[in-house]
Ligand binder design. Structure first.
Ligand SMILES: Cc1cc2nc3c(=O)[nH]c(=O)nc-3n(C[C@H](O)[C@H](O)[C@H](O)COP(=O)(O)O)c2cc1C
Length: 191
């Protein structure tokens, strides 16, 4: 049971990272191995639309930090994609990661992996941003779980923030997301 958390925030130690870490620690308690990837200090270009991956067994020719992230994504049985909401969508950094998985449409290497959205935000845009992430998961043939939403205006405030559901804190939603991932591993027979 390998779980990769990707933190699509441009700032370190922010609300998204706190939330993704909470999801990962819950899966570790159930025996999963975890890894976390922070994009804030990485060089990940957007997809340049060259389509060479279509002829090249689904391999992307852009030599940047995404190459290391591809290896981590392939290692994972579940991917937790975390992003702050920026103007009602994921961050540019998270979208670059998403677009660079165009190559996986040819290799199908993400198909069947469990996928969880994790979003932090001040107030507006959780619903549509979550749908944006579900759209990516479904395009890749991944198995989406509900995921977590956390309201935390300033850095670190998500620790005390509410979640997206009724009468639930952001941190409780993160722990529930970790449990959902483990439940799906059991249903899918992931060891
Ligand atoms: C450029 C920018 C755009 C933002 N847009 C939104 C938004 O549309 N809706 C919202 O509720 N919060 C918005 N926020 C607030 C962040 O989503 C929020 O502070 C989030 O918790 C930051 O996560 P982080 O600490 O992981 O970076 C925006 C912040 C920035 C810097």
């Amino acid at each position: 049971m390998n779980v990769l958390g990707i933190v699509g925030s441009p700032r370190k130690d922010g609300n998204t990272q706190i939330m993704v870490e909470e999801v990962l620690s819950t899966t570790r308690e159930a025996g999963a191995e975890t890894d976390i990837y922070l994009v804030y200090d990485k060089n990940i270009q957007g997809c340049d639309g060259c389509h060479s991956c279509a002829q090249n067994k689904g391999i992307c020719k852009i030599k940047d930090d995404m190459q290391a992230l591809y290896k981590k994504m392939e290692w994972a049985d579940a991917i937790v994609l975390g992003s702050p909401v920026y103007f009602n969508y994921v961050t540019a950094q998270a979208k670059a990661v998403i677009d660079r998985t165009f190559c996986y449409l040819f290799s199908r290497k993400l198909t069947g992996k469990v996928a969880a959205p994790v979003l932090s935000l001040r107030r507006i845009g959780a619903g549509q941003t979550r749908v944006q992430l579900y759209g990516w998961f479904l395009s890749q043939g991944m198995v989406p779980v509900r995921g977590a939403v956390g309201y935390g205006p300033e850095k670190g405030e998500v620790r005390k923030g509410v979640g997206g559901g009724i009468n639930i804190t952001a941190m409780e939603e993160c722990r529930n997301t970790g449990k959902e991932i483990i439940d799906w591993f059991k249903k899918l027979g992931v060891k």
